[in-house]
Design a protein around this ligand. Structure first.
Ligand code: MG
Ligand code: MG
Length: 282
């Protein structure tokens, strides 16, 4: 059977710029709303309104059985939480995952935000550190894309970054990396081959070369790696009740280097500490 190459043409990669920027804008619209007293359904509505205003559509709504624009995962929930009537409380750690499809091409990105809680500075510090470590592992993995020759090195880099952080100076805990959920290729479909692992694997993985477009998305806990799916059939929570964080970007590899499609600056700010300068798609 004919199998489409995982590598895209320069023109196809350019088609992914706009859906990436729309995805970034949707998360920018949600970020300031993540505060105490706001329902997770309100976050979903804000993301959907932004995506529609840009002439795009939610690609999460194209996933079979899913009717919302974002996934929103709170505290011990790590990924795939469903928006609803839940109202955010002070100190909550909130991961929001979102994607847009525009003219047949997709973007996919996730952020984590901690709701301020002046009464519990220790809790907030612990959760902000978890988010910072998770985001740091994402940028380390993206930076590896710029220099590595196989995708397996991205996962090894993310794992090494996480292992180097623990035990936490704030909580004394080591961090866990979810094993059952991984990143993926992205293009005409939100989820395409190849898988992008967040940990070391025996295989080298796909070759990193111009035309590769992947969503890298470490899912990290402040405890164990074991998870279960809640009774809603979607929400993935930690077995030990530890907090989760999820950060994600869609990234293109091209002749000139790498470009983070879901960051307005192409990833320049996040990559600077790794000595990598992103190159715009020509
Ligand atoms: Mg995502
Ligand atoms: Mg994804």
């Amino acid at each position: 059977m004919f199998r489409r190459s995982i590598y895209k043409t320069p023109a196809q990669l350019r088609s992914m710029v706009e859906p990436g920027l729309i995805t970034a804008a949707a998360l920018d619209a949600v970020r300031p709303l993540i505060r105490a007293g706001v329902s997770t359904l309100e976050l979903d509505a804000a993301a959907n309104a932004l995506i529609l205003s840009r002439g795009a559509e939610s690609n999460f709504q194209l996933v079979r059985g899913y009717r919302h624009t974002i996934c929103v995962s709170v505290n011990e929930e790590v990924v795939h939480g469903i928006p609803g009537s839940r109202v955010l409380e002070p100190g909550d750690i909130v991961s929001v995952d979102c994607g847009a499809q525009y003219q047949g091409w997709n973007g996919d990105s996730a952020i984590t935000v901690v709701v301020p809680d002046p009464e519990r500075p220790d809790l907030v510090a612990r959760r902000e550190e978890l988010s910072r470590v998770t985001e740091g592992s994402l940028w380390a993995g993206i930076a590896a894309l710029a220099t590595a020759d196989h995708l397996g090195q991205v996962g090894a880099t993310i794992q090494a970054y996480i292992e180097a952080q623990g035990p936490s100076e704030v909580s004394g805990e080591t961090y866990g990396i979810l094993r059952e959920y991984v990143g993926h290729g992205i293009g005409r479909k939100m989820h395409e081959a190849p898988s992008v692992f967040n940990y070391r694997t025996p295989d080298d993985g796909a070759e990193i070369k111009p035309g590769l477009a992947v969503a890298i998305e470490p899912m990290i806990t402040a405890g164990g790696e074991a998870t279960f799916v809640e009774d809603d059939d979607w929400t993935v929570s930690t077995v030990d009740g530890s907090d989760g964080s999820h950060w994600e970007h869609s990234v293109a590899v091209h002749e000139g280097g790498i470009w983070v499609l879901t960051a307005a600056d192409g990833g320049a700010a996040g990559l600077a500490r790794f000595g990598v300068t992103p190159a715009p798609l020509a």
